[in-house]
Design a binder for this molecule. Sequence first.
Ligand SMILES: Cc1ncc(COP(=O)(O)O)c(C=O)c1O
Length: 382
Amino acid sequence: MRILDSTTATGTSSRPTVAVVDLDAIRHNVRTLRPPGAEVMAVVKANGYGHGDVAVAGAALDAGASWLGVALVEEGIRLRHAGLDAPILVLTEFPPGSETEALAAGLTPSLYSEMGLRGVAEAARRLGAEPGVHVKVDTGMHRVGLAPESIEAFLAALSQSGLKLEGLWTHFATSEELDDPFAHRQLQRFTAVVEGVRTAGFEPRYLHAANSAAIMARPETHFDLVRLGIAMYGLSPGPQLFGLADLRPAMAWKSAVSMVKRVGAGERLSYGRRYRLERESTVATVPVGYADGYSRRLSGGGEVLINGVRLPVAGTVTMDQILVDCGGEAVQVGDEVALMGRQGSEEITADELASKMGTINYEVVCGVSERVPRRYTNAGTG
Ligand SMILES: Cc1ncc(COP(=O)(O)O)c(C=O)c1O
């Protein structure tokens, strides 16, 4: 039996449902957002926010990024296996038991706990390695990080264990809310920690704090390195940042009509029969569903584009298929369907889908599931 791998960019697929990722858009966004005087870490966790981590990382490095950032050791190792040799920061501590493999792969650890420090120090000793580490300070988000008052004792323990402080960093909780003073308070706390660290005789090569929103709107947070995520994918970190930079969305999500039928006035469509046709209509079936990340929450108000016309998703989104009420439009099997992206003068954005789903654009693109093949355009170096 021949098994077709329909889930990866390299596998074959007969599915018309694909996420098309424009790597020139990634390059453009990196070049547009790279601040003068700071290096760029391309954040490619969660499979490059759903775009494909290896391809995005390659494009970002082409365009001048010098670091990669991931959430998981496995994500970093995947990038190494793909042949990427740029420095890779794991943004949380290595889980206990993974330290040796992570260091052997040349991943840079984040550290903020005694247990984390011990694990990395022991693995480094075993390997005879001297990894630079990045210590994360919690300046107010309270997710992970070291309390500012613990930093000096922690750095003393770090030195004793033979590890080198390469970076000191923090993360903002509200950088996309431009009128909220909390990001400024976090920055002040971070700056105070940096002063204390220097006074104690440490001079980390990298200070970093800025995510996309801070890169775009808070130049005072750029330091030596910025961690560029959502805006690299061409999406705005929040409503207040729309239009602040010339961003190009990298992902379009497409499918094609798999069946059309005329259905009479008064008929009801899909599970639960929640959508009633007011008049006889052409109803198109499209092979995408919530198992692909096309959320069931789009059952009420989702829309797609076919032949440049905006048309409503008719009734409940099912696991593998949706129905579209095409009214009197001459829609045919094989016609391209834009689930997200442009057709003619119309566009469905990740933000439109997000607002209909009650979430943010980050979750829309991360949510395009593994069984949707990724296709790359402009894959050559740009
Ligand atoms: C620690 C850290 N830095 C940077 C980023 C990138 O953030 P953004 O996608 O808003 O640029 C993230 C993403 O969540 C993160 O967790």
